[in-house]
Design a protein around this ligand. Structure first.
Ligand SMILES: C[S@@+](CC[C@H](N)C(=O)[O-])C[C@H]1O[C@@H](n2cnc3c(N)ncnc32)[C@H](O)[C@@H]1O
Length: 185
């Protein structure tokens, strides 16, 4: 917890500096300038290194286990998916959905050869049948949805009965696309 508080204080300070310096614009929830590739290593240094500190708690809250079909909404560069894969094992699958093809390209490259399936999708209109998944996680994505309640309804719809949804969402400065976007572009 102390480690997390220190990292958050550091990124908050950096975010305030960036507010004055940024000239790049991003659409709501997008972390890459249209047409440009995501620099996954920069994203990882900026966001991934502290984002992943929350993920064990998120996966535990969703009770992710062996053979599970897990949906990771707003998978980004695949941080939560990467940690879910060893939990589901070789008979499980982790689907990573994201609205940004550039982020998905980065996730696919990093998780190549595993049971990870990237899918381009808006979390508010998921292209999956009802009750398709044993668990749904959304790590630092819901705050970007124009209609987060619709997103949560979709998470519930694609979840099987008695499955679990776990969401970790940012507030205030941590919900700014510019905050996440600058190093990824
Ligand atoms: C801060 S990143 C989090 C990525 C990853 N889950 C992590 O923890 O590192 C937020 C992600 O949400 C995605 N996103 C934004 N709006 C979305 C939407 N409506 N549907 C799905 N994904 C969305 C962005 O493209 C981005 O990859």
């Amino acid at each position: 917890m102390v480690q997390l508080e220190l990292v958050l204080a550091e990124v908050q300070a950096s975010s305030e500096l960036m507010d004055g310096d940024m000239s790049t614009t991003f659409g709501a929830g997008f972390h890459a300038t249209p047409g440009k590739a995501v620099d996954a290593s920069a994203y990882d240094r900026w966001t991934g290194r502290w984002s992943r500190l929350f993920i064990p708690a998120v996966l535990a809250a969703a009770a992710v286990g062996p053979k599970y079909r897990v949906l990771d909404v707003s998978t980004g560069t695949g941080e939560a998916a990467r940690m879910a894969l060893p939990l589901v094992g070789t008979e499980g699958v982790v689907v990573g959905a994201d609205i940004s093809p550039a982020m998905l390209t980065s996730a696919r490259a990093g998780l190549h050869g595993s049971s990870f399936l990237p899918v381009a999708a808006d979390g508010q209109a998921l292209p999956f049948r009802d009750a398709s998944f044993d668990a749904v996680v959304c790590q630092l994505g819901l705050q970007f949805f124009p209609d987060p309640a619709q997103g949560v309804r979709e998470f519930r719809r694609v979840l099987r009965n008695s499955g679990r949804v776990a969401i970790c969402a940012g507030v205030d400065g941590l919900s700014s696309p510019r905050f996440y976007g600058a190093p990824a572009s």
